[in-house]
Design a protein. Structure first.
Length: 276
C-alpha cells in the first residue's frame, strides 16, 4: 500500500508548534508522508492561507490536507473535515480556510464536525486545536478511519466562505484588487489574462498598460506604466511588469525588486488596468 500523505499549512512560524503537530501525526500514522506547504503565512491571515492552499493542492497527491490559521480557536467555530470530489479530505477550522481548495478538488462531497473523541488527543485545550484536534484527526483519517465516524454531518452550504476580490471587466479597463502578496513582494491580482484581453484586446508581449493603485484611507492613488510580459527576463532589473503567474492569474512585480514595498501596497488594494 502507498504511504498516506498529509499536507500541512499554518501561520505557526518557526516556533515548535508545527513540529509538535507533525509529531502527533507521525505518532499515530508512523508511515505518513507529511508535506509542509508553509508555516510562514501572515499571522491570523486566514485568506492568505486559503489562497496558498488553493494554489497548492492540485499538485499534491490525494490525501489529507490540514490548514490551521485559526484566530477563533476555542470559540464556537467548529473544527471540521471536508471530503472533496477528487478523494481528498481537508481538515481545519470552519472559518473559510478550506472551502476554496475543496472546490478546486472536485467540490465538497460531504462535511462533518470533528467530534469523535477517539480521533482526538485525550486532553483538548482551548488554544492549540492544531495539536489536540486537527493533527490527530488527520492522522486517523489518513490511516483509513471511515469519514462517517468523524462526527455529525454538516450542510456544506452553511460552511463559512471568505470574500475574495473578483475582477470587473469593462470596455477599455479592468478593475481588480490585490489578492495576495508573495514573499518576493509580487502582487497577485484577481482575474486572469482572459479578463484583461476582453477589456483591452490582444495581449502582445511588450504592450504597455497603465496600472493604477486606487486611493484608500491611508494612501493616495499611484499610477505607473508597465509592459505586459511573458517572463521577468523581458524587462530590466528594477523594472515593473504585468504578467500571468504560474497559477494562471494576473500579477504585478518588479524584476529583482519588491513592488509591494516600493509602492506601499497591501492586500485588497483596488487596482485599475487600462491601455498605456
Amino acid at each position: 500500500m502507498a504511504r498516506p500523505v498529509i499536507t500541512f499549512i499554518t501561520d505557526f512560524g518557526p516556533d515548535s508548534a508545527a513540529a509538535i503537530c507533525r509529531g502527533v501525526m507521525l505518532d499515530i500514522a508512523r508511515d505518513a508522508q507529511v508535506i509542509d506547504i508553509s508555516h510562514s503565512v501572515r499571522k491570523f491571515a486566514i485568506r492568505d492561507a486559503a489562497y496558498l492552499l488553493w494554489c497548492s493542492v492540485p499538485w499534491m497527491p490525494v490525501g489529507v490536507h490540514v490548514a490551521v490559521v485559526d484566530p477563533g480557536v476555542g470559540t464556537e467555530r467548529l473544527p471540521i473535515a471536508i471530503r472533496a470530489g477528487r478523494g481528498d479530505t481537508l481538515i481545519g477550522p470552519d472559518n473559510g480556510i478550506l472551502v476554496p481548495a475543496a472546490e478546486r478538488l472536485g467540490g465538497i462531497v460531504e462535511a462533518r464536525a470533528i467530534e469523535n473523541p477517539d480521533l482526538l488527543l485525550p486532553t483538548t485545550t482551548s488554544t492549540f486545536h492544531g495539536r489536540d484536534i486537527f493533527a490527530p484527526a488527520a492522522a486517523h483519517i489518513a490511516l483509513g478511519v471511515p469519514f462517517a465516524s468523524v462526527g455529525p454531518a454538516l450542510d456544506p452550504t452553511g460552511l463559512r466562505r471568505l470574500p475574495f476580490p473578483e475582477p470587473a471587466v469593462a470596455a477599455g479597463h479592468v478593475r481588480t484588487a490585490v489578492v495576495y502578496i508573495d514573499s518576493f513582494g509580487n502582487l497577485r491580482l484577481a482575474g486572469g489574462p482572459d479578463d484583461l484581453a476582453a477589456a483591452l484586446g490582444p495581449l502582445e508581449p511588450g504592450r504597455l498598460v497603465r496600472i493604477t493603485f486606487e486611493a484608500d484611507e491611508r494612501h493616495p492613488a499611484v499610477s505607473e506604466m508597465a509592459p505586459w510580459s511573458r517572463t521577468f527576463g523581458q524587462v530590466g532589473h528594477g523594472r515593473a511588469l504585468l504578467y500571468e503567474d504560474s497559477f494562471g492569474r494576473l500579477a504585478y512585480a518588479d524584476n529583482h525588486g519588491n513592488v509591494a514595498e516600493r509602492l506601499a501596497i497591501v492586500v485588497d488594494r483596488p487596482v485599475r488596468i487600462e491601455p498605456g
